[in-house]
Design a protein around this ligand. Structure first.
Ligand code: ADP
Ligand code: ASP
Ligand code: MG
Length: 414
């Protein structure tokens, strides 16, 4: 008997038929004597549709009401899946995040999970029920419904699996694993069998939407192996685990490839604060003001004008935060006597990720060379030991991913 946690994403729950099929599969697992906890996302594109609806009603939606609204999608799928199970004669109960004991920070829209009170969950399991929990939500100290950031059901699943010390944490989705890049962009992208938490966290943070970055953070803290796999095909997917566990599975002592995967983030925008006095404190003032507004800044480039006394400061933010970021930059820009604040949402970020990069010099140079051969202009660059990111024009993003995937031979690596 095992304690199994499954998570099903929106597409996997997109139709009544799909929900009934999942119920059948779960019943089979239950009959083998396993204990089952299932975390669900909202059906299909429900969350996007709720946001569209919200924008038709309110120009400046209140944060608390935003969470009240967009958490409802998960409630629909959780109750439907529980009903489908009960119809099959399989005892089941659906629980909201709050009912399941998921307690979050007191921050609307993107709270972190603080802890999970397991009493209710354990009692339901003891009573022999399949427990279906709404992903993407919890409650705060006031008892308000709080959501944990778009795509957050993955994190709900890993947090529940970690809290329960589950034997299995399977995340079911519409692809059959993590690929070297988004298979919708590169048709011969290759499925990766094992990937380390560190590499997967980079790929996800840099735009590969296949897993919510915080789910990987949580899995690595609790050493919970994630198996990301297809909800329609019963085949092995990708195991996300520690390098030590991978070494055991693969039996290779040293890793060779410099690049494991490529991510594309089309959800970014660039802001430039032009011609400000180049003196100590300007960066602190600008980025301090952005941080005070809780705006996440990603890449930052400061360039100095030839005269030496003036500088331009450019940075990227999530596209949804552009308006707020420009407002802050204009306010601070005025104080710093900036000549102008410009913004550009016609950009994207292409990133190479791989632990092997650190021991293989020349990866960045090769990336820049490949992009230049296609006449793709690089606007910003950021590097770390395991990633290289370039901001380029949005319309060139997919092409850049395709030529880089080929140039680094990612379709061939095994
Ligand atoms: P779910 O609704 O199950 O949470 P998502 O749409 O959030 O699913 O994530 C799955 C999608 O992620 C896939 O359909 C795929 O197009 C995309 N994706 C992006 N990068 C990758 C990658 N490297 N490997 C696999 N899928 C990826
Ligand atoms: N339904 C939520 C979203 O679309 C959460 C999730 O799917 O993980 O963002
Ligand atoms: Mg997702």
């Amino acid at each position: 008997m095992a304690l199994i946690v499954h998570k099903y994403g929106g597409t996997s729950l997109g139709t009544p038929e799909k929900i009934k099929n999942i119920a059948k599969k779960l019943k089979g697992l239950k009959e083998k004597g396993n204990q089952l906890v299932v975390i669900v996302s909202a059906m299909g594109h429900t969350t996007d549709e709720l946001i569209d609806l919200m924008n038709k009603v309110s120009a400046n939606p209140d944060n608390r009401e935003y969470d009240m609204l967009i958490s409802t999608g998960e409630q629909v799928s959780a109750s439907l899946l529980a009903m489908a199970l009960i119809d099959l004669g399989c005892s089941a109960v659906s629980l909201t995040g709050g009912q399941a004991g998921v307690v979050t920070e007191d921050i609307y829209k993107k709270a972190r999970i603080k802890h999970i009170h397991l009493d209710r969950l354990k009692n339901e399991l003891k009573a022999g029920k399949v427990v279906v929990i709404t992903g993407f939500q919890g409650i705060d100290s006031k008892g308000d419904i709080i959501t944990i950031g778009r795509g957050g059901s993955d994190t709900s699943a890993v947090a529940v699996a970690a809290a329960l010390q589950a034997d299995v944490c399977d995340i079911y989705t519409d692809v059959d694993g993590v690929y070297t890049t988004d298979p919708r962009i590169v048709s011969d992208a290759r499925k990766i069998k094992y990937i380390s938490y560190e590499e997967m966290l980079e790929l996800a943070s840099l735009g590969a939407q296949v897993l919510h970055p915080r789910s990987i953070e949580c899995a690595s803290i609790y050493n919970m192996v994630i198996h990301l796999r297809s909800s329609t095909k019963d085949i092995t997917g990708t195991y996300i685990m520690s390098p030590q566990q991978i070494a055991k599975e693969v039996g290779k002592m040293e890793k060779q490839e410099a690049v494991r995967g490529i991510a594309l983030d089309e959800n970014i925008a660039k802001v430039g604060v032009l011609k400000i006095a180049d003196k100590p404190g300007i960066a602190a003032k600008l980025f301090g003001a952005l941080a005070a507004e809780k705006i996440n800044v990603d890449m930052i480039v400061q360039s100095v004008h030839s005269a030496g006394s003036l500088a331009d400061m450019a940075f990227t933010v999530e596209r949804t935060e552009l308006r707020k970021a420009v407002q802050v930059a204009e306010k601070v820009g005025k104080e710093l006597k900036s000549e102008a604040v410009i913004s550009d949402s016609d950009v994207c970020k292409v990133s190479l990720v791989g632990i092997g990069m650190v021991s293989q010099p020349g990866t960045a140079a090769k990336m820049f060379e490949v992009l230049s051969q296609e006449k793709i202009n690089i606007q910003m660059i950021a590097t770390s030991e395991i990633k290289i990111s370039c901001v380029i024009k949005k319309e060139q993003g997919k092409k850049a991913v395709q030529i880089l995937h080929k140039a680094f031979g990612l379709e061939k690596v095994s």
